[in-house]
Design a protein around this ligand. Sequence first.
Ligand code: SF4
Length: 355
Amino acid sequence: MTETRLRDAMPTAIGTPPDAVAPILQVQNLHTHFFTGEGIVHAVDGASFAVHPGKTLGIVGESGCGKSVAAKSILQIVDKPGRIVDGEILYTYTDKSGRYRHENILSLPSDSRQMKSIRGGEISMIFQEPMSSFSPIHSVGNQLTETIRLHTDMDQRTAREAAIEWLSRVGIPNPARRVEEYPYQMSGGQCQRAMIAMALSTNPRILIADEPTTALDVTTQAQILNLLQRLQAEQGMAMIFITHDLGVIAEVADEVAVMYLGRVVERAPVQEIFRNPQHPYTRALLTSIPSIEAQPRQRLPTISGSIPHPQNRPPGCPFHPRCPEYMAGTCEQKEPQLASVGTNHEVSCFLYPGC
Ligand code: SF4
């Protein structure tokens, strides 16, 4: 059955028109926990960030910091035994009559018509492992066609033609033949291109790309990044780009949110993050990037220790056991809050007033 687009259908309260820089999506104080036999894992523990129309928000952090779980929470596709326990995800859109509306996505039941319209329609996602994200028993063309039919009014034949057109747009050669192929018949790079085609074929307003180039070689990685940026410009959509790679962030992001143990610890425009990082964790991440100016045999700086398991969250500032600027008697006593340290620049660290 075709899902009606949310922007044409939702009878929600009319909000005030957002100004030019108002976010299209605001995640506020999001908590997503996993209820395991060994205890509660606080995978996302109060994360807040915003995405602006046509812009790319880069979410960066080490493995296990909660960035992928936060992204899945937006679409309400968190795997069990995970559950969103608190927070708001405010989505701003215009309805048929051109009026601005706001919806708290988390107030919608996961299997509701509205949520199905958002998931894959208004907000699409590209997953880390394209090979395992496609069904292995259906052709890529069938999966693409079904996605298009689910979110549009196209009949089977038109949707099939649109699927071929999309495979062509993402640079898959001979798309009329390749549309019949199964995922295992494609290379990793082509499979990722097909996944991008599927995510964009519904004309989403927001694209979430979760480590979309991690499994690819560097040449294919560069091609996929260029492709995503070109399609983003053509479609005018916002993007959330999740990665642990600050080099990729420098290339694609307009704004950056740095996550540590389920929380955003610093957020700022991308140039500000690279030129003027404030949080000790962000500074440590930046100094651990390999540089071509480094001396031969020079050791690459690393962050001491490893990220604690979210089940064993340290008291106070969660970074304090690894922080080179740890202040005894303060940092382990209470958790710092995000506070402004400049224009559009926020940080949570007791080195700064207001945190
Ligand atoms: Fe380091 Fe303290 Fe700042 Fe945490 S609050 S990052 S431990 S200085």
